[in-house]
Write a protein that binds this ligand. Structure first.
Ligand SMILES: Cc1cc2nc3c(=O)[nH]c(=O)nc-3n(C[C@H](O)[C@H](O)[C@H](O)COP(=O)(O)OP(=O)(O)OC[C@H]3O[C@@H](n4cnc5c(N)ncnc54)[C@H](O)[C@@H]3O)c2cc1C
Length: 453
């Protein structure tokens, strides 16, 4: 295997190492002594090398998993002995920034934060801010169907990708198609959004970018209970305002986040943005919709801004360092009418240890994402894994019972594999048909989207 791959990428672009993403259960298992398999990692340079590798892998029945920043949290990147990883770090060029048509063409290994900074220098933004942005790549953001902190204004990754350059498992190259929209059949490139490496390799993307807002106005409000806060969020979204950021913390998350408000209060942080007069007018309108709450001024907004990237990969690893510790996040989404019950049921399901928090962000006219965090400490590693498993089981069961989606933006990987078919129903037949048609030898990431092998 090494010799054939060396002939394609050269010895310097090939090494053997342990590779995995940041799935908390994987980190917990390693802490308990599980060996991380060492696998061959090839770092291709250029499209032809990717094509040659995928053709070789197909002919030799070797499983291949593309790797971006390895910041995923679902166990989608967890290759086993004998498999191959494609490190896309060599595809790190921003190829074109079109300031007239507001598009950016870049390769898939470009780091998310590097891209954003380069756009900012030209007065532009992608508007995509996962908390993990400094550790991500464009390819990973696409393949996980990610969503960022400013999604209520700019949308999620599917709203940013105009087209893709992809290499299929048989080596076929599919180039970006013309934009800004096309009715020549379905938007097939969207199949790669959320495909977790199961359909081939994303080489690059044409992305929609935006001019930076002239003004951002942010404030906080305290509501006497969650329902009142959710009503204010819904009113803002359904009025047509697209806030830059809008996050509502439940009572426990409000305390955890350090807001100094009366017991049981829920803090809402909202920022509006755009042309100065529009941002100000929208901020005034938000104030009206939030009249049932107490105005906390600008401090909550500035506090959130200062900590927006504090939950880093390093922080996650540190939290999971002590023996017996367990922690994870579960991001669901549901219609407004379902959210209160979803909140109640999932909070009770994840209260397996000391920590059970929830905030609501990524708002839509029709509903919102509910982002839960849980954690605790057990006496033994086996008990820690059992508590972790109980939290996930309870949260997934509640989401499916209530008709919520089991993932708003982290994807599925191994952590949700058991429940993917339950959510997808008949669509699982469609997905299996797509997978079978594009990857009949099943060489692409076996741990993607419901795969467990
Ligand atoms: C602290 C923390 C906070 C986070 N916050 C957020 C958040 O706010 N929003 C959010 O959406 N996510 C968040 N995440 C999850 C994670 O950062 C995202 O899933 C991100 O999109 C993964 O990008 P990556 O480049 O690291 O991909 P990787 O982890 O390397 O890979 C993820 C998946 O994509 C596939 N893949 C990667 N590159 C390619 C390619 N070029 N072609 C085909 N398939 C590919 C891989 O095979 C794998 O299945 C967070 C993670 C952490 C650790």
């Amino acid at each position: 295997m090494r010799k054939e791959l060396e002939a394609i990428v050269g010895a310097a672009a090939l090494d053997e190492r342990a590779v995995r993403d940041l799935w908390p259960l994987g980190l917990m298992q390693e802490r308990d002594g599980a060996e991380r398999p060492r696998v061959l990692v090839a770092r291709p340079a250029g499209r032809e090398q990717v094509i040659a590798i995928l053709r070789w892998a197909g002919a030799n029945a070797v499983a291949v998993t593309p790797m971006g920043g390895a910041s995923g949290v679902c166990g989608a990147l967890a290759p086993r002995t004998g498999e191959l990883v494609l490190d896309m770090g060599g595809f790190d060029r921003i190829l074109a920034l079109d300031e007239v048509n507001l598009t950016c063409t870049c390769e898939s290994g470009v780091n998310g934060m590097v891209l954003e900074k380069q756009l900012n220098e030209r007065g532009l933004t992608l508007g995509h801010f996962p908390s993990s942005l400094p550790g991500t790549t464009v390819g990973g953001l696409i393949a996980t169907r990610s969503s960022g902190q400013e999604s209520s204004r700019y949308g999620s990754i599917e709203d940013m990708v105009l087209s893709l350059a992809v290499v299929l498992p048989d080596g076929t190259f599919a180039a970006p198609r013309p934009g800004p929209r096309s009715a020549v059949g379905p938007a097939l490139h969207q199949l790669w959004l959320g495909s977790e490496g199961a359909l081939g390799v994303v080489l690059g993307a044409v992305l929609r970018v935006h001019r930076l807002p002239e003004l951002v106005v942010g404030r906080g409000y305290a509501f006497k209970n969650l329902q009142a806060g959710l009503e204010a969020m819904r009113a803002v979204m359904q009025s047509g305002i697209r806030p830059l950021v809008m996050r509502l913390y439940d009572a426990e998350d409000t305390v955890f986040s350090g807001y100094d408000v009366p017991a049981d209060a829920c803090v809402l942080v909202v920022a509006t943005a755009g042309l100065a007069e529009v941002a100000k007018a929208e901020a005034a309108a938000v104030q009206r919709f939030a009249a049932g709450g107490t105005d906390l001024g600008e401090e909550p907004w500035h506090r959130w801004e200062a900590h927006r990237f504090s939950l880093s990969a390093e922080r996650l690893k540190a939290l999971l360092d002590p023996p017996g510790a367990y922690v994870d996040t579960i991001e669901l989404a549901a219609p407004w009418t379902v959210l209160p019950e979803l909140h109640a049921q999932v909070k009770s399901a994840i209260a397996v240890g000391g920590l059970a928090l929830c905030h609501f962000s990524h708002a839509y006219q029709q509903g919102c994402c509910a982002y839960f965090s849980f954690g605790g400490s057990a006496d033994t590693e086996a008990e820690a894994r059992a508590a972790y498993g109980r939290a996930w089981e309870g949260a997934m069961t509640a989401a499916l019972d209530l008709g919520a989606t089991i993932s708003h933006h982290h994807g599925t990987g191994q952590v949700r594999a058991r429940w993917v078919a339950d959510e997808m129903g008949g669509w699982m037949h469609v997905w299996r048909g797509v997978k079978e048609g594009i990857d009949p030898r099943r060489t692409m990431n076996p741990r993607a989207l419901g795969g467990t092998s």
